[in-house]
Write a protein that binds this ligand. Structure first.
Ligand SMILES: *[C@@H]1O[C@H](CO)[C@@H](O)[C@H](O)[C@H]1NC(C)=O
Ligand SMILES: *[C@@H]1O[C@H](CO)[C@@H](O)[C@H](O)[C@H]1NC(C)=O
Ligand SMILES: *[C@@H]1O[C@H](CO)[C@@H](O)[C@H](O)[C@H]1NC(C)=O
Length: 452
């Protein structure tokens, strides 16, 4: 009787357990369409990890449906941050019961387009660096590795081959995106038509692109936001001048350190939780990702080969690119957008969350004004239009020809995290040339083209 009773109890507990299993952290629906490693060097084993998500509701046949590539910043931060905290189909959220949960993202960028996240450079996130020497120290090498990875990615599926490609990214992606774009155009000019990459545009969110100019804008931004007083502004500006001088002297490592001094001083003066968003009471939740992406179940679901310790940002990769930080890639943006460039030009979008104190609106507009681009004057004269989504102000759009700038209202450094629906509307309208991105027949740009 006792035995029977025990047995009964045991089976009961097994039953309730089976019935009561904690919900799966990584549900089957969240599995990428494909994921894995794209070889960079077969001798050393270096490879770039990717996760690809096919379009959920494409409005064109798949062979014509655009693919967006996402590159995280840092240097050395994993694109899984973008995937699971910003613009991927599922986002990690804190859950009072299970501590972590995955929730569908209403602002996912793979709604109308395919979306692929590359962990780049090698050594970042789930990517593999065969040895430390192979980790890139400059943008040319970063771009070369990305190009090798993209070529093998496009060969994975015959439907990928000629799909329109848009390179997107954020923050230090302001370096990678133009460098990768320029590299693709350069390679295209040398390759036969059937081996070219169908690059259509590049988009940078809150980017660091022309650091020597951008580092000069922290003082005024914080001052006119009411965060520091005039003495403090003067002190920040003194540090900024040091950074600018070191850039002009091409003392790259020291210039990077000097920029860190500026940002450190700004943090100390303002006491903000993060410079990424002056409104935030606590930093963006990278720590959730550290918990989530280090679970076996999640790594298996993503197709990670053998368990690795995932870090949101790699210090090793950061150190390798330390001397690269303050080098400008503005000339690459100029080359991408220029009508007179030998290779065909592409669309460029710069979008900024309004409340970012690191790489924000003022910081970006400061270098735009100094571009050597035949359309600059017309661009600066063009009207900054109010952008509305569902009747509400979502931000502002200024555009001339192939060059657009968007200010995103109510957002900090991680625009898709803060404004998922508006960020999705922005990227979709920009790619599809709808709304404020539609080509108006009566614009000067169009007239010019007709005359040519
Ligand atoms: C628990 O198990 C019963 C019987 O198999 C089933 O009908 C019920 O849906 C289950 N409940 C949950 C929450 O899975
Ligand atoms: C791969 O790595 C080996 C060993 O470091 C090196 O000799 C070779 O040049 C590399 N190959 C490529 C394509 O980078
Ligand atoms: C900021 O404050 C910390 C703690 O007081 C200090 O160690 C650090 O040197 C300060 N940084 C700058 C750039 O002033």
């Amino acid at each position: 009787m006792l035995h029977l009773c025990l047995l009964f109890m045991i089976s009961l507990t097994t039953l309730t357990n089976a019935n009561n299993t904690t919900p799966k952290l990584f549900p089957t629906e969240a599995t990428p369409t494909s994921s894995g490693y794209l070889p960079i060097n077969s001798t050393t084993g270096s490879s770039i990890f990717y996760t690809f998500y096919e379009a959920q509701a494409p409005i064109s046949p798949l062979p014509q449906t655009p693919i967006l590539i996402w590159l995280q910043g840092g240097p050395g931060c994993s694109s899984m941050v973008g995937n699971f905290l910003e613009l991927g189909p599922y986002r990690v959220e804190a859950d009072p019961q299970t501590s972590l949960t995955l929730a569908p993202n209403s602002g996912a960028w793979n709604h109308l387009f395919g979306l692929v996240f590359f962990d780049s450079p090698i050594g970042t996130g789930f990517s593999i660096a065969g040895n430390a020497e192979e980790i890139p120290r400059d943008q040319q090498t970063v771009a070369n590795h990305l190009f090798v990875a993209l070529r093998s990615f496009l060969m994975l599926n015959t439907l990928f081959k000629s799909r329109p490609i848009y390179i997107t990214g954020e923050s230090y992606g302001g370096k990678y995106v133009p460098a990768f774009g320029a590299y693709v155009l350069e390679m295209n000019s040398r390759l036969p038509a059937n081996r070219r990459v169908n690059l259509k545009g590049v988009a940078i969110g809150n980017g660091l692109t022309d650091p020597g100019i951008q580092v000069g804008t922290h003082g005024i931004t914080a001052y006119y936001s009411g965060l520091i007083d005039e003495k403090q502004k003067n002190e920040i500006e003194e540090l900024q001048r040091v950074a600018v001088r070191l850039v002009s002297e091409e003392k790259w490592a020291e210039a990077t350190d000097a920029r860190n001094q500026v940002l450190g001083k700004l943090e100390n003066f303002t006491g903000l939780a993060t410079l990424y968003d002056l409104r935030r009471r606590s930093p963006y939740e990278f720590d959730l990702l550290d918990k989530f992406l280090n679970k076996d179940e999640v790594q298996r679901g993503l197709g990670v080969k053998s368990h690795v310790v995932w870090e949101d940002c790699s210090d090793v990769v950061g150190a390798a690119l330390h001397e690269d930080v303050m080098k400008s890639v503005k000339f690459m943006v100029e080359g991408l957008v220029s009508e007179s460039s030998t290779s065909s030009s592409v669309k460029v979008l710069l979008y900024q969350g309004q409340f970012d104190l690191r790489d924000g609106v003022v910081s970006t507009e400061a270098w735009i004004k100094t571009m050597r681009w035949e359309g600059l004057e017309e661009y600066l004269k063009s009207e900054r239009k109010i952008w509305r989504v569902n009747g509400e102000v979502a931000g502002y759009v200024q555009r001339y020809g192939r060059f657009s700038e968007v200010v995103v209202s109510g957002a900090g450094h991680l625009v898709p995290t803060d404004q998922p629906v508006n960020a999705q509307a922005m990227i979709e309208d920009w790619v599809l040339e709808r709304g404020l991105f539609a080509e108006e027949s009566e614009t000067g740009a169009a007239k010019l083209k007709d005359l040519k």
